[in-house]
Design a binder for this molecule. Sequence first.
Ligand SMILES: NC(=O)c1ccc[n+]([C@@H]2O[C@H](COP(=O)([O-])OP(=O)(O)OC[C@H]3O[C@@H](n4cnc5c(N)ncnc54)[C@H](OP(=O)(O)O)[C@@H]3O)[C@@H](O)[C@H]2O)c1
Length: 267
Amino acid sequence: MKIGFLGAGKMAEAILASAVQSGLCDPWDVMACDKVEERRTLMEKQYGVIVTDDVAQTVKSCKVLVLAVKPQDLDALLGEVKKLLTDKHLLISIAAGKTLATLKKAAGPKPRIVRVMPNLALMVQEGMSVFCAAKNAKPADKKLVAQIFGSAGSVLELGEKRFDAVTALSGSGPAFFAYVMQAMVEGAVALGLPKEAARLLAEQTLIGTGIYLQHTGMEAGDFIQAVASPKGTTAAGLAVLEKSSVKAALGKTLAAAAARSAELSQA
Ligand SMILES: NC(=O)c1ccc[n+]([C@@H]2O[C@H](COP(=O)([O-])OP(=O)(O)OC[C@H]3O[C@@H](n4cnc5c(N)ncnc54)[C@H](OP(=O)(O)O)[C@@H]3O)[C@@H](O)[C@H]2O)c1
């Protein structure tokens, strides 16, 4: 089975690198199509995959196509290849805000379609990818998508109506966690820690907390109770968080991101 990437930018590279390096695909079964020569050279040298700037050739050679151009370039790309798409093709779109219905309209009724919302952590094999499939997608298509994106992190299938919330939490979420981290680093520097040390401590504490919660399956609330002994240092800090309505602010943050995702999907 040959996998073609239409667009070989940052996200395509992350997916392709994990798929090849994990042994899921052989490099000679992967075709990276990009109009930028630099990207093609990098893909060829770094991963040994076949490269081209010929979109039609990629569509003819590969039955699985990952659509990895910017959302604003997708309609033109699909318009160019629509007549070449058959019911043997599986389209996997990672374009933010492009719904299954929009994709079907642009690609025509023949190809099977899966929509994926990955995140940037895919680049360090710790991505979170959520997918939904069109009615004509087969169980084998979903399995393949889970394998491809699973080679670069975790994967979950959810109904498309959840995608605005997904976009807010795992799509935009890395920026929100980074925002909290930035504030904690600045706070620690104000307390006298050198910046580099503060950064290391904050990063490792964020990673450690996430892994601990994931491995133990503990609820975040129970974890907080376990760390915060009565009248201790954590309790003193938590009292400030509670008074500052941080929970409410984060709730509003996610709601704003989800509302924007809904707007963009309708554009
Ligand atoms: N970055 C994220 O965190 C993230 C998260 C979730 C989903 N996504 C989605 O991932 C997709 C890719 O994002 P990215 O950041 O990887 O984009 P990117 O780095 O801009 O890569 C896209 C590449 O495709 C090329 N291209 C555009 N139209 C083409 C065509 N018709 N034929 C061949 N190549 C073409 C672009 O060339 P030019 O630069 O010359 O246009 C560029 O090199 C987007 O749809 C985005 O919504 C991104």
